[in-house]
Design a protein around this ligand. Structure first.
Ligand code: GLN
Length: 261
């Protein structure tokens, strides 16, 4: 009799295990949510570069790059986090993995390509020269390296690199932001500021007594930078950029900040 009970108990236990096993198997898929917390995509920028990136009236980051980045993150199912840093620390931070990507109206240059990889370009730009409205400098050709002209730039930007090459480092004064360079121009500390055309237009619109000289100083293309080993992210960014271009999303964002009329 004892044996029969034992066998019965053993069978009952075995059945329970099987039953539990089955139940567990049934719930397993919902037990393993893949997106407990949305993963972050960290963008480094320099938010003093309107209309690409700037701090809006309510204190939030705004601009063409900010919105395009938001759409890319959305496509990747990631939450966008924006870090505002000096322009010159973006590439190093991307290289070290501190940031996933850099997007800051950043011009593609051969030298930068040695440190990071660039996405397909999403915008073209030109470097222009801002001077005081009553300036004696009438055209880009009036800029010289004879020491009579001091040029303000945002440090580590292409404006800085080209101006230093063309007019000598001793004639170039480097500021942390484009806005600081423009303030120096207003205060008469520099004769001209070399900066990208769209921020130049924003700065001239926001400050009285300044004008942009006719003619482009240099032409360039903007792209997103990622670490060299991060080709998966680069591919995903390029796919997203292509889709956003095809769907007219990028054109709409650009139109919002740079109205064609
Ligand atoms: N396009 C310029 C560069 O890449 C300036 C960018 C910026 O100041 N945010 O150097």
């Amino acid at each position: 009799m004892k044996k029969v009970i034992l066998v019965f108990l053993a069978l009952a236990m075995a059945f329970t295990f099987v039953a539990c096993g089955t139940a567990n198997n049934d719930v397993k898929p919902t037990d393993e949510p893949k997106t407990e917390e949305p993963q972050k995509l960290v963008m480094a920028t320099n938010a003093s570069f309107p209309p690409y990136e700037f701090v809006g009236e309510n204190g939030a980051y705004e601009g063409i790059d900010v919105e395009i980045a938001g759409k890319i993150a959305e496509k990747l199912g990631l939450e966008l986090e924006i870090v505002d840093t000096e322009f010159g620390s973006i590439i190093g931070g991307v290289q070290s993995g501190k940031y996933d990507f850099g997007m800051a109206g950043m011009t593609v240059t051969d030298e930068r390509k040695e440190s990071v990889d660039f996405s397909d370009s999403y915008a073209t730009a030109v470097q222009v020269v801002i001077v005081a409205e009553d300036s004696a400098i009438a055209s880009v050709d009036d800029l010289t390296d004879d020491g009579s002209v001091k040029i303000g730039v945002q440090q580590d930007t292409t404006g800085d690199i080209y101006a230093s090459d063309d007019y000598g480092e001793e004639n170039v004064i480097r500021y942390k932001t484009g806005n600081d360079a423009v303030e120096a121009l207003k205060a008469g500390k520099v004769t001209a500021v070399i900066i990208d055309n769209e921020p130049a237009k924003s700065f001239v619109a926001a400050n009285e007594g300044l004008k942009i000289l006719e003619g482009a100083y240099a032409e360039e293309e903007y792209a997103i930078c990622v670490a060299k080993e991060n080709s998966d992210l680069l591919d995903q960014i390029n796919t997203a950029l292509q889709e956003l271009t095809d769907d007219g999303v990028i054109a709409d964002i650009v139109e919002k900040y740079i109205p064609s009329k």
